[in-house]
Design a protein around this ligand. Structure first.
Ligand SMILES: Cc1cc2nc3c(=O)[nH]c(=O)nc-3n(C[C@H](O)[C@H](O)[C@H](O)COP(=O)(O)O)c2cc1C
Length: 186
């Protein structure tokens, strides 16, 4: 796939099956992530890879978050939380590891850089014929989940990237009119 086709046609896939990406495929994805633009080379990125029992552990964290939020939560709610990570054979959490005392690179720039890293992973997944879906949901902002994944106070959980083999067909690409988004100061 040539670069322009990839950039123009990447799309998400929510239906994902095993097996998880191979180590070579993962390496290619991380190499793409690490080419994210990075002001002052702070490398404000941290990735956590979940597969196998790691997905169960992440699901337990989600259930714990539900329980902390509502100690009367019914089992069905806790079970639904537990199962969420099982929607893919692999998840990569992308964390913005923010350096707070860096006056030239405000927090927002570091978070954006981590977002670019996440996009790099999506693009590299798509280029390799894998399916991928960027999710956050309330757990990405939940204090129990943040603590369980070792986020610092300034850090941001930017993405849970669900990854695997395509379990369905890509949706047709939306058609946009570029002029709806672009102003030109000629
Ligand atoms: C920061 C961020 C968080 C997102 N979180 C979710 C989410 O929790 N659930 C979801 O269904 N889609 C979420 N999305 C959107 C999907 O990843 C996807 O981009 C969207 O469904 C459009 O599909 P496309 O990527 O094929 O255009 C999120 C996107 C971004 C950028």
């Amino acid at each position: 796939m040539d670069a322009m086709t990839l950039l123009h046609e990447r799309s998400s896939m929510g239906k994902l099956m095993g097996p998880p990406p191979t180590s070579e495929q993962r390496e290619a994805m991380y190499c793409a992530a690490l080419r994210a633009p990075d002001h002052k080379e702070l490398r404000p990125w941290r990735f956590i890879e979940f597969s196998g029992e790691g997905l169960d552990r992440l699901g337990e964290l989600f259930a714990e978050a539900e329980f902390r939020e509502d100690p009367h939560a019914e089992d069905v709610v806790l079970d639904a939380a537990r199962k969420k990570p099982k929607r893919a054979p692999m998840i990569i959490a992308v964390i913005a590891k923010v350096t707070a005392d860096e006056p030239k690179v405000p927090r927002v720039e570091q978070v954006i850089s981590a977002g670019c890293a996440a996009h790099g992973i999506l693009l590299a997944a798509h280029a390799q014929g894998l399916g991928a879906m960027w999710r956050t949901g309330k757990y990405a902002f939940d204090p129990t989940v943040r603590k369980g994944l070792g986020l610092g106070e300034e850090d941001e959980l930017v993405a849970f990237l669900y990854l695997g083999q395509l379990g369905g067909r890509h949706r047709p690409l939306p058609e946009h009119d570029i002029d709806d988004f672009v102003e030109r100061w000629d």
